[in-house]
Design a protein around this ligand. Structure first.
Ligand code: SF4
Length: 421
């Protein structure tokens, strides 16, 4: 692989107050700026410049859209529902979905929703209040507790968060995430309520400060240009170099839907941007493409080493028209690159304690600030170490030796003689 980015810092860290290099950066005091020389180097990367990985991983999840309310209205998004139509899963529904997922051999409860509902979502706020929750993040904490009790590891994608929210939610999450999407100020995010790259970078930084293993990514084809893609990847790299918390970067293409006329990026575009991601990021950070949205088999030689969360029991509620491949479909992608297919937990191996980590995986540096030596809270570690059918499944996947063909937990429960909570 050609050494595209040198060993020296690729970005300039500027002092406070932060300049408004990216839209919203000054508002959120985001002190990340991209060095022009690094951008130019990255723009020269081609697929032939990067190595093919040794293996391909995925996580088996149950996708739980806690609410479809979102304060924003991104023009390419079909996930959010307008006030009066937005849904909110009840605690019973959350438990039922978790149980279905655990019975199907999932390891991850993927809690996804848009940014916190604003004041227009009166019914959502009233329902949360009636259930005794202060807000959607307070409810998310409870939902994560339910998932843990049902034998799953929560991975939450709740939009932008503050440092205080990360400090609270890391207690019940094995990992978390938010898509940067782009550092560009694109029309797709325009409107009276809009997320900004400054706020997204602030969120990724806040996760790093609080020692949360983190997933982020870029969205290709929403009005950004090649320079924006390079800058976005380098900004993620910079935050990972500070905190060591970015476990994977998703390279996701936009797809046509009833709200969007953005065309799906072509194969050559995706091959080049995936190769740029691989070249921009340190080797320990995985590059992922969603196999239900991207021609993954034609991207494996560009450096992808992960296929993300794939559910055997639920839709991709963000892109419901695009079905997940089954295990045979994932194997076909791996076979196309001559790679081994391995199942992983939502938390990558290097963030796991030494007794749970795959033998061939080096530990991540200790997390920032006052998180002790562990990237995982005691509640998450206890869930994985529990002497029950779920703990045994989680530990087997953590070690990297299965199960690819899951023994349904319901069957395992039967052989255990009892439920295991
Ligand atoms: S993309 Fe995310 S932030 Fe934008 S409207 Fe959809 S759910 Fe909300």
């Amino acid at each position: 692989m050609r050494p595209v980015i040198g060993a020296t810092a690729t970005l300039l860290l500027l002092g406070h107050p932060a300049p408004d290099v990216f839209a919203g950066a000054a508002e959120y005091d985001v002190d990340v700026d991209v060095e022009e020389r690094a951008v130019e180097r990255l723009l020269s990367v081609e697929p032939a410049d990067v190595d093919t990985p040794r293996s391909l991983t995925f996580a088996r999840n149950v996708f739980i859209p806690l609410t479809t309310a979102c304060r924003y209205t991104c023009t390419y998004c079909t996930y959010y529902d307008v006030p009066g139509e937005a849904s909110l899963l009840s605690p019973t529904e959350v438990r039922d979905q978790c149980r279905v997922g655990a019975d199907a051999g999932c390891t991850e409860a993927l809690f996804t929703f848009g940014d916190a509902p604003d004041a227009r979502y009166t019914a959502i706020h009233e329902q949360l209040d009636a259930w005794g929750f202060e807000d959607i993040h307070d409810y998310l904490y409870r939902a994560c507790e339910i998932a843990l009790a049902e034998g799953l590891l929560p991975h939450s994608n709740p939009g932008d968060l503050t440092e205080a929210q990360f400090e609270t939610l890391r207690d019940v999450n094995a990992s978390m995430g938010v898509m940067l999407e782009t550092t560009a100020d694109v029309d797709a995010h325009s409107g009276s309520r809009r997320k900004t790259p400054g706020q997204r970078l602030h969120t990724i930084r806040a996760a790093g400060k609080h020692g949360v293993p983190f997933t982020t990514g870029i969205l290709v084809g929403i009005g950004e240009d090649w320079r924006d893609r390079a800058e976005s990847l380098l900004a993620i790299r910079e935050l990972h170099e500070r905190y060591g918390h970015v476990q994977e970067v998703i390279v996701q293409n936009v797809v046509p839907n009833e709200r969007s006329d953005f065309p799906k990026p072509g194969l050559e575009t995706m091959r080049r941007v995936v190769a740029m991601a691989r070249a921009a990021l340190p080797p320990e950070v995985s590059v992922q493409v969603p196999p239900n949205l991207s021609p993954a088999a034609e991207l494996v030689d560009c450096g992808i080493d992960d296929l993300g969360g794939v559910s055997p029991v639920t839709d991709d509620y963000i892109n419901p028209a695009y079905a997940w491949p089954d295990l045979d479909g994932l194997r076909a992608v791996a076979d196309a690159g001559g790679l081994a297919l391995r199942e992983r937990l939502p938390t990558y191996g290097r963030y796991l304690p030494s007794d749970l980590r795959p033998s061939d995986t080096s530990p991540a540096p200790a997390p920032a600030q006052s998180k002790g030596e562990s990237w995982l809270s005691s509640r998450i570690r206890d869930r994985i170490r529990a002497d029950d059918v779920h703990g045994r499944r989680l530990r087997a996947v953590a070690r990297g030796d299965g199960p690819l063909d899951p023994q349904p937990a319901g069957d395992a429960r039967a052989s255990d003689g009892s439920r295991s909570r």
